[in-house]
Structure formats: structure tokens, C-alpha cells
Write a protein that binds this ligand. Sequence first.
Ligand SMILES: Nc1ncnc2c1ncn2[C@@H]1O[C@H](COP(=O)(O)OP(=O)(O)OP(=O)(O)O)[C@@H](O)[C@H]1O
Length: 909
Amino acid sequence: MHLRTHSPALPGAALSLMWTRRAIPSNRHRFFKPGLLGVGFALRNGCYISNSHNTAHTRCSAAAISLPLQVEGTATEESLSNIPSSLAATSNPTAGSVGKPLEAFATSSTAAAVAAKFPAIPLLPTPPGSGNLQDVVPYLLRLALQERHLAWRMAAAISCMVVGKLAGISLPLAFKCAVDALSAASSTTVMVKAALMAVLTYGALDCVRVMAKEAQSPIFAPVSQAVTRRVAYHTFAHVLNLDTKFHIDRRTGRVSRILERGTRSIAVLYRALIFTFLPTGLELGAVAALLASRFGPLLAGILGATFAAYVTWTVLMTQKATDVRKEVNHLDNQASSKAVDALLNFETVTLFNNQRLEVGLYDKLLRDLRAASLRAETLAASLNAGQGLILAGGMASILAAIISTGNATGGDLVMASGLIVQLWAPLQFLGWFYRELRAALVDMEEFFQILRTPSNISDGDTMLPLTPPGSATSGAQAPTSGMPSAESTNGSCPAATTISGEALEAERLASNSNSSSSSNGDDGRPLGQSAPGGLSVELVDVSFGYSADRQILRGISLRVAPGESVAVVGCSGSGKSTILKLVTRLYDVWLNPDPHSSAGAAEGGDPTSTDTGDKDSYESVNSNSPGASCGTSGNRSSSYSLEGSQRRVQEPDEMLACSGTIHRTSSRSSNSSSTSTRGVWRTSNSNSNGCSNRTSGIYINGIDVRQLRLADLRSAIAVVPQDTALYYDTIRENIRYGHPEASDEEVEVAARMARLHDTVMALPDKYDTVVGERGLKLSGGEKQRVAIARAFLRSPRLLICDEATSALDSGTEVAIMESLKELARGRSALFVAHRLSTVRNCDRIVVLRNGVVVEEGSHEQLMARRGEYCAMWELQANQQATVLAPGEDDGGMTDSDVELSDAEDLEPD
Ligand SMILES: Nc1ncnc2c1ncn2[C@@H]1O[C@H](COP(=O)(O)OP(=O)(O)OP(=O)(O)O)[C@@H](O)[C@H]1O
């Protein structure tokens, strides 16, 4: 690492926009300067810590947030806006205390290598409870003292400050000697010599003063920079490890602005405290003592009174200015968020031709900001004027008092005025610094609030077992049928075998090297095919809502046995993706399945909600809410029957059309839902696992997911999300994000598996093609294939695909589904899909409606039951038949390979 000075950027209205990454030559790739991103008024000063390592790797590890100090090559705003995918795709564990997350990094296998490359830096002290001076000063002191190797610098800087001040106070004394000598009645050669000596002493002291003053800053700067870097590092780590709810509830632009200002404030505070307030206090005491000893206590009294008046005026006015400052900050945050939002969504803005609207809204905020800034300026001018008057009055009073003593010499007058002028100078700055101090404290208040925010997703301490309970051997093999293997359902629940992430990683690398040596990927074998067996995933009576007043999942029970592939289908909004978010712990389930219980909401739902969980209010909200767009409201017990292709609606809020017969009874109660058909429709709440005595929750290999180490959990999972978020980087690095230690060859093999290689090779820059902001230079299908390649590279034990192929043409989709099936072999897989043809070969298909499992079985079983799945299948078949003219190419799909276009399609006529 090396330090580099970062020159100040344009202040004021100039757009000093967020973070800039510079090109770093690397043995693997180049990096880019995405240009201006956000809007701000900040004057950028500071230095870069440049890391000559791989930037993408740097992104995975530490990064700075602040303006004063940045870790080069890190994505900050970008990383913040990619939080959900980062949480799912990387193994950053979450913890409450600042700094713990990156320590726990080492528990993950892949992350261990990253952690070794980017060792963690010392933790921060616990953030203070408020942004008050009395809390912040000890915090800053603790921060500085932690930099033990820089302690000598602190001592040297403070010594310089003391020496400089003492030399400065001595100057008027030397001057007084010279004046007194020259103005003596009997001016002799001796007196002239004395005056000359005094002047020479004056010159020498002034040199000492200047040298000491100028030495302070460079001596202390490394301390301030080291502290700022550490704060930026841990703050970024902390924010990256906060839960999804935190990030969804807040605007990225605002969060980044708060962090930026908070980190910068640390440098401001050190400067203000060590180089302004401390020396001014020292000087005031020394001058008062001098004047009192020479002219009596009255002089010291006048000096003290002037100082008190000055401080009182300054504090009162600054208090007012602080309120205005808060308003300025608020508007500044809003303007920044607005601009960042518009820039992030520039394509939408362009397509809706809303540039004028965006600029207008932005300008309105700028106008409000200008008005608030003007008020702040006016207050500052009043403050300065008052301070000037007080100081002028104080100076005149002190000089008058000296003259009135009757025994003052000309030298005394010169000395007193010299001392006072010297004291007044920093006092005038003191006002300015006090305002800066207050502003910095306001900034830090918000900053500390974020640092103090705990994650709702707390890290567990149980290692992920290698095998699920009941498995006799490690690396459980995939059962051939969709149902759980006998071993895993024997109900004996023996102690689980555990394996560390490191061991799994060793196995992954070994299998990868085998696959690389035996295959360059052309044969279609996925990376790490012989990786350890799949995970067992079990949802027992899971209820969940993003807030207490709207329940999404109602007592869901489902199981993915090791090696099994399970698909979750159902209409839009029925809660399919929500299940995936719970399994990956982006959210935690409600511990109490009753959403009306405040405990349930507090423990897993919306901890900030003040909703008391009143049942009536819940029902009214829920019944009016759109919920699942094709389902029943689910609020009442209901029943209906369908005979043949005729649908006889018994309840107005029911849906379904299918040539078959269904008798269904559903209760609104989340944990007692049951369904039945004439076929073998399973009760959704029945527990197929041998360990049927489990309480409600999610179990991975038999362990409650909340007790598992997050690093282990997320290392074992690869997610192909609905919307793939890519970084402003090359295709190669975006794929490598799935496994930062992967070689270029492994990246290419993964791309082949994802049917991306040929597309990439047709691009002018091939794998070095930069994908643009959030990958917008790639098509939706290409982005999805990058995400799939990441999953291949990750070689997971549980593959999760949320509409992973929705943006692909039918031909590519079929090919990729084949690859995904290959990848899923020997692992577990959970698919969410609308297009039923893509999941028909899954071992088991679970049909979800309105947060309830209504059917479950293999494709054939479900078709035979002629229930809801059958209805959806036939509807898609009919649609496809309508869409495709006779003889038209259907992209290689069978005539039954069709798409369930949308929930509305299932609505009754
Ligand atoms: N972060 C969130 N906060 C609040 N509500 C949410 C959040 N995410 C999803 N929802 C709501 O939860 C419900 C279920 O969403 P989910 O994404 O699980 O549905 P889905 O079945 O996957 O739908 P689709 O097939 O359209 O992707 C929806 O009504 C949605 O509006």
C-alpha cells in the first residue's frame, strides 16, 4: 500500500460526485473510472490508500467510505446499492459490534483466502451513545491511543504545539524589553545593546514559533489518517453487514452522504481540538497569569470577562446556527439522494422523457438548500460582528486599565497589546472552529447512529454440519426420487457431523482442479461437480411478513432433501422469492407464527413497528391489499369445488380453472392450513422429516438457520437472482465475484457452463469488456448468464434460482436448464419459476398460493391430481398454442413447454 495525496476537488455547487476509482495496472485486469456519481458540496481533501492488489478482491474486503480517506478500487456507493446480492453471494457474516463482521470473515472457506490477502485491521471502540462533545472527545482519544505505533507522533505534535505557544507568548516580552531599553531616558550603548539582544531574541523565538507551528500538521497527519482509515474501513464493513431491511428502508445516496461527512468530521475534530482549543486554552491561561502578575488581578479579570462574553455570544449564536446547519444537511442529503436516484435510474428517466422533471425536482431541493445556506451565512455574519465588537471593547478596556495604573512603561503597553492581539487572533478562529466543531458533531451524531445500528440478522455460532441429521455418511447422495431419503427421515436426529468452511473449500478446489485437468469445460461438466453433497433445507410452519401488518407466508412447511431439486411455483406475489430470502437469511422468520403477536413481529418481522398486532386491523389491511394477484385473499375459511372443466365458484375470492376436481379447505390461520384433493394431495403442514418434533423455523442440515454461522451458510449457497446486479467492471471480474480466488481458466469454464462463453468471445474486448453501470451494457439474458456463471464458479451445496432464466430465449433457456441440472447434481436446488416447463423435471414441485402451500409432488403426480398445478400447466399450454402459429418454430420446446405469463391470466372470467 502506498499513500497518495488526493487533490481538492471543486467546492460549492460543483458536483463533487461520490467516489472515483482509478485505473490500477494489475496482472489480471484493468480498472476504470466510472466518473461522477453523486452530488455534493464537499471539498475533497485527503489521501488515497492505494492497493496494488486485485480491485475486485479489494471490493470483497475493506473499503473506505469517507472523502478524506479512501481505499482505492473499492466500490462504495456501488457496493451499497448491491447489498442484497452481496449478502446473498458473499459470505460476510453479520454482527452487532463494529468490526466483528470482518473477523468472522475468516470462518468462511472462500472468504478465508480473501481475509488472508486483506488482513483485518484493529477494531473500533464501541461508538459513543451520542454526538455530544463529552462523549465524542473520549472516543476520539481512545481511537488515537489505539494507534500505538503512532503514539510518538501524538506526543511530538503536542510538544510542538506547547513549544510554539510558549515561544509566541514570549515574543511580546522580548518586544517590551527592546522598547523599554530604547525609550529609557539615559540611552547608552549598553541599553542599545540590550535592545539589540531583545530584538535578536524576538527573531529567534519567532523562528521557533513558526517551525513548531508548521511541524505540528505533518507530524500529526499520519495519526489522523490512520484513525480515519480505520473508521472508514469498519464503517463500510458494518454497513455492508447490516440487514436487508436497513438498506431497503434507506436511500443509498443519503447513507453514503452521512458516512462521508461523519468520517470527514473525525479529521476536523482532531484538528479543532488539538490545534485550536487546547492551545487557545493554554495561551489564555498564560496571558492572564502574565497580566495579573505585572498589573494586578483587575487586568486578568477584564481579560476573563471579555473572554466569557465572547464565549457566551459564540455559543448562543452557534446554537442557532447548528439548527440551520441541520436543515442544510437534511436538504443536502435530499438533493444528493435525488441526484443519485436519478442517475442510477437514468434509463428510466430517459425512456419516460423525464429529464425536465428530475432536474426540476433537483433544482427545487437546491433552491431550498440555497435558502437555508443563506440563513446560515447571515447567522455566521452576525456571530462574527458580535465577536469583533466584544474583542474591540475588551482590548480598549485592558489598555485603558494598564494606563490608569500610572506606572506602566511604553514597553508594558506594547507587551499587553501584543499579548492580547496574539490571543485574540485564535479567538476569532475559535468562533469559526466552534461552528465547525458543532457542525462536525451534528454530522457525527447521524454517523454514530448508523454505527450503533445493530443488524436484525445476528450471526450464529454453530458450524454448518456436513450432513443432515440421520445421514449415515458425509456428502449425502442425491435421492433419485423427489422424496427425502430414508436416512434423512428416520427421525433419529443424531448429532450432526460438522465440517469447516476451509475443509469444504479444499474439497471444492480439489474437485475444480480435477475437473479442469480432465476437462476444459467443453464437455459440459460443471465446476466442482464432486463437491460435498447437498444441504437439507427444511421449513417448518414458517410464517413471515416484511412488516407486522402484512403477512406474506402463512405456516409454510416444505423440505428439500440433500441432492433433491425442488421448485416453488405459484402466482406473482404469492411469496416464492420470500422463501428464498428466508433460507439465505436476508430476513428472519417470525418466531411466533401468529403475526398478531407483537413478539412475532419484534423477533422476526419488523422490529421498528409499533403495531400491536391487532387482529382486526390486520385483517382489514390484508383483505384490502392486493397480496398475491391471482390468489384468494386467504382471510377466511373457504371451500370450492371444480367439476370437469367447469368452475363453480363458491367463494368470490377464490380462483382456479382446471379440468379436474378439487376440494379444498383452507383456513386463514397461518399454522393450520391444510389442503386435500381426490388425489394424494399432501397436508402442507405435515412434517415429512423424521425430526417432526421441530418447532417452527428453518433448518439447514438439521440446524436452525439462525444458529448457523452466516459465513458457513452463505458459502454453501449460490443464488441466481431475479434481477442480476453487476458491478462496473469487466465480465471476467463480474463472474469471478462468485469465487474471488478463481483463476481465469475457471472463470471461462464457468462461462461455458452458463452458455456465455461464445457471446463473450464475440465481443471486441472479450472477457475484458466492461459491463457498464450495473451491467447495463449487457442484455437481460447476458446478465442472467453472468449470474449463472457465478453460481457455477461458486460450486454450492445449495443452488437457489429465482426466475434464473426468465430473460432468456427458449433455446438458450433449455440449454441452460440442462447445465443448471448438471450443476444441481449431487447438490440441493431450490428453483422459483413461472415458466412451468423449466421446472417440470424437478424432483418435487411445490405450489404456493397466497403464502400457503396448496400442492406438492412431482410433475407427473401433480398432473395426475388435476389440481392447481395442472390448471396452470394447461393454461400455459393453451396460451403457447395460441401464440404459436401452426408450424412456427417454438424454440425447440415441446408444445407443452409453455409459459405461465402472469397471475392475471388465472383470474376467473
Ligand atoms: N422488502 C419488502 N418489503 C415489503 N414487502 C415486500 C418486500 N419484498 C416483497 N414484498 C411483498 O411480499 C409479497 C411476496 O413477494 P415475493 O417477491 O415473495 O413474491 P413472488 O411470489 O416471488 O412474486 P413474483 O413471482 O412476482 O416474483 C409481495 O406482495 C411483495 O409486494
